[in-house]
Design a protein around this ligand. Structure first.
Ligand SMILES: Nc1nc2c(ncn2[C@@H]2O[C@H](COP(=O)(O)OP(=O)(O)OP(=O)(O)O)[C@@H](O)[C@H]2O)c(=O)[nH]1
Length: 407
């Protein structure tokens, strides 16, 4: 990669610049908030790959140079604390990426870049293998997710793993949040020094929450957590969002069928790499066996998603701990097979692309809504659509035209 001569002339910034350029040249994906913004999408980027890289370097540079000394000190403190495994720094870093304040968002992106770069170095030392196993966990309310995480997490920390648990719950902005609930539900794990539990952000859209969860995953990995569990607390689309950000997606079901599982969307079963029928203890063992058999037959009919893995259906009891160790064995088998076949890396790459487009979509929409050319027209046109005076298509065309004409 060619180093822009402009950047070579400033020794004061050289180490930071070199670091950034190294990072940019090796990055498969750059996660810079402002890069996703339309303002920065210049057409000449597409003309040549060298030009594009140079431009990206400069953009990345601008990000770091734009920070005040105080902000830079904050980034350094959080970064150093994070990679040394300080939980307080990890918590503060996640709060920073969750911030909606534009200044803090910028600081968060610089921190994230540093963590990403560290990450890549560590992965290189690890022969290109991912540092952490990202696991998604979903299931209807009452399936026993928190009881499972408590039991599973404790088993892993006893085996010297470091576990972090992140929750995705866009509904928590309206329902008051899962914060208290999670804290009281996983009492022992939350006291474990090798575990870190982060409740869902208490506000935000699904897009916003998944963005910060994706970033929180990277921060947890930078903090040395080798198993990152992402739990969906909300129902609906959040399960799909989680399946899109993890290596392995697990569906936890109670030993019940039909009506009781109506909250579970059909499509989500197709996303599962492993279905765990929980509560297979006491009087519920028979029901658990029956449900397991039903799912085994149903899942045989599903489209094959991997060349090396067929989804498994297991019986476990989060209460007694039975089957949890076997389940971990299956999970590591999955990870190893996916890794050696190259499917895991391909999946992660695909997820990065999805993530990039989600960010663009989100930023573009925000930009559109707040743009002077359309901002005032939106309520008026919405009202006309609601009252049936205008068709949604025509209203959308009018707004898009006003937006395009202003560019
Ligand atoms: N018998 C039995 N009960 C269990 C098991 N796991 C969880 N439970 C019970 O099921 C109930 C729900 O468990 P939670 O862990 O709170 O379930 P959850 O999926 O986190 O539920 P939400 O908080 O509603 O999302 C509790 O009363 C648990 O004690 C199990 O393995 N066996």
């Amino acid at each position: 990669m060619r180093i822009p001569s402009l950047l070579m002339g400033f020794p004061r910034y050289f180490s930071r610049r070199t670091y950034f350029m190294n990072f940019v040249s090796r990055a498969d994906f750059l996660c810079i908030g402002s890069l996703a913004s339309v303002h920065h999408c210049r057409t000449e980027w597409m003309c040549s790959s060298n030009g594009l890289r140079r431009e990206l370097c400069q953009q990345a540079e601008q990000q770091i140079e734009g920070l005040s000394d105080r902000e830079q000190r904050l980034v350094d403190r959080l970064y150093n604390g994070l990679i040394q495994g300080h939980r307080a720094c990890l918590a503060e870093a996640i709060t920073l990426v969750e911030s909606t304040q534009s200044r803090k968002k910028k600081v968060a992106q610089v921190l994230l870049q540093k963590v990403l770069s560290y990450h890549r170095e560590q992965e290189k030392l690890n022969q290109g293998k991912p540092l952490a196993f990202r696991v998604g966990l979903s299931g209807p309310p009452g399936a026993g997710k928190s009881t499972f995480i408590e039991c599973f997490g404790k088993m892993l920390t006893e085996r010297k793993h470091k576990v972090s648990v992140l929750a995705v719950d866009p509904s928590s902005s309206t329902s008051g949040g899962s914060l208290l609930g999670d804290k009281t539900r996983m009492t022992e794990l939350s006291r474990d020094m090798n575990a870190y539990i982060r409740p869902s952000p208490t506000s935000g859209t699904l897009g916003g929450v998944t963005r910060t969860t994706n970033e929180a995953i990277l921060l947890c990995e930078g903090g040395g957590y080798d198993v990152v569990l992402v739990e969906t607390v909300g129902v609906g689309q959040s399960e799909f969002a989680v399946a899109d950000m993890v290596d392995m997606f697990i569906l936890l079901l109670p030993p019940a069928g039909g009506d009781e599982l109506q909250g579970i969307k059909r499509g989500i079963i197709e996303m599962a790499d492993l279905v765990a029928i929980n509560k297979a203890d006491g009087d519920l063992v028979v029901a658990a066996r029956r449900i397991q058999a039903e799912y085994i037959s149903a899942m045989k009919l599903l489209r094959k998603r991997s060349k090396v893995w067929r989804p498994k259906v297991m019986r476990i009891s989060a209460k007694t701990g039975e089957g949890i160790s076997d389940m971990w064995d299956k999970m590591t088998e999955f990870r190893d097979l996916m890794l050696t076949s190259g499917e895991l890396i391909a999946k992660r790459r695909k997820q990065q692309k999805v993530w990039m487009w989600n960010l663009i979509q989100e930023n573009m929409l925000e930009h559109f809504r707040s743009h002077l050319a359309v901002k005032d027209k939106i309520p008026l046109l919405e009202e006309k659509v609601l009252s049936g005076v205008l068709s949604p298509g025509l209203a959308a065309d009018l707004l898009l035209k006003a937006f395009k004409d202003s560019l």
